[in-house]
Design a protein around this ligand. Structure first.
Ligand SMILES: Cc1cc2nc3c(=O)[nH]c(=O)nc-3n(C[C@H](O)[C@H](O)[C@H](O)COP(=O)(O)O)c2cc1C
Length: 359
């Protein structure tokens, strides 16, 4: 008889699975955000602990018409995976056709946006507009599920307004037509970004015994402490973070560390901030081209380095150069000039986007 001792790798029963995509226990998702969650930014978020990310939303009509803007948004760097492509639209045929186009570009999943509150989109029966018509929402979802081999997920809100919070019914019906995960922003369409996100109802959806798919909570997570508190209180499968990551992609590793250890991780030091600038800059140039790549990075670099005293001269040089190597040189000089500088740990402020969006 062999005296080999059999050893088994410990199984992690808390892994979260979206179809074939296996995510760690309590995954941290980067929310889809137009003009923010582009490929260069996603790479930096991935480096800092985001477990699943999404593209900016893409119009199904634009994809079908093959516009430059929509085609560009399909781009994914290999190192960001798993990544979902998010689409929106209110027409079943066009949405299904868009799903087939997305399928050909081989992301990891397809996400449908049923949460966007912008009037122009809502009025076309897309985004959160479908929250007023669940039958249409179900038909649109089913059309996508049938059109693609990719796992289909949905991101939506609690309902249209305070009197029509229908997310519990929505979750069951979308699960029944085959979605593999649901992300819920704890506001109604009519709230836009006002008030506090209501996670009670998100927790209720998660704790419905009929619901088998992962439920991700979204809305107002701005600190590791809040993330852990909501994890424990609402029992959701993971959280999606949006605005807190804007200018602060380190939020993911800070949340993960706090969940794992109960201790707060120190904020990023100068070397880490400069490294994020360099990484995002090089990815931005790779994705957009030399000049546009540099232009797009200017605001990010100054945000990542915010807090450095008497920074005007360096700032001027960072935002006036169009040459990659020159900017890298300035970043290296900043490293030397501020060596040993300690950034203040300030609470993250969440901006009220779409404040002036007409209802
Ligand atoms: C600038 C910006 C752009 C956004 N674009 C999208 C989008 O393209 N698709 C989407 O589903 N949600 C979009 N959202 C909503 C976010 O994904 C998220 O649901 C919302 O910001 C609430 O999460 P937070 O409190 O963590 O920011 C956007 C939000 C912001 C602030």
């Amino acid at each position: 008889m062999s005296d080999t001792i059999l050893t088994f790798a410990p199984l992690n029963f808390n892994m979260v699975q979206i179809d074939q995509i296996v995510l760690p226990d309590f995954p941290l998702l980067l929310a889809p955000m137009e003009d923010v969650s582009d490929p260069p930014f996603r790479v930096v978020c991935k480096e800092n602990g985001a477990d699943l990310m999404y593209t900016e939303f893409i119009s199904s009509e634009g994809l079908v018409k093959d516009t430059e803007k929509c085609r560009r948004r399909l781009a994914i760097f290999g190192e960001e995976r798993p990544v979902g492509v998010q689409i929106f639209g209110g027409d079943e045929d066009k949405l299904a056709m868009a799903a087939r186009i997305v399928d050909m570009t081989q992301p990891d999943l397809l996400d449908i946006n049923f949460g966007c509150p912008i009037k122009g989109i809502v009025n076309r029966g897309a985004g959160s507009g479908v929250l007023k018509n669940i039958d249409l929402m179900v038909r649109l979802t089913e059309a996508c599920v049938k059109a693609t081999h990719l796992p289909v997920t949905v991101k939506t809100r609690l309902g249209w307004d305070e009197d029509s919070k229908n997310i519990e019914e929505v979750a069951e019906r979308l699960q029944d037509v085959g979605i593999k995960a649901l992300a819920i922003h704890g506001r109604t369409r009519c709230q836009l970004y006002k008030g506090q996100a209501d996670w009670e109802l998100i927790g209720k959806v998660k704790n419905n015994p009929r619901i088998k798919i992962p439920i991700f909570g979204n809305g107002d997570i701005d600190s590791p402490q809040k993330a852990l508190e909501y994890k424990n209180r609402y029992g959701i499968d993971g959280i999606m973070i949006g605005r807190a990551a804007i200018g602060y992609p380190w939020i993911f590793r800070e949340v993960r560390h706090y969940i794992n250890t109960g201790e707060l991780l120190a904020g990023p030091n100068l070397a880490e901030r400069v490294a994020a600038c360099k990484l995002q800059l090089s990815k931005s140039i790779e994705w957009r081209g030399a000049q546009m790549g540099v232009f797009a990075m200017r605001k990010h670099m100054t945000t990542y380095l915010k807090g450095l005293p008497e920074f005007q001269e360096f700032r001027k040089r960072l935002v006036s150069s169009v040459v990659h190597e020159e900017i890298e040189q300035v970043l290296d000089e900043i490293m030397v000039a501020y060596s040993g500088f300690e950034f203040e740990n300030k609470p993250i402020e969440l901006v009220n986007y779409h404040e002036n969006c007409a209802l």
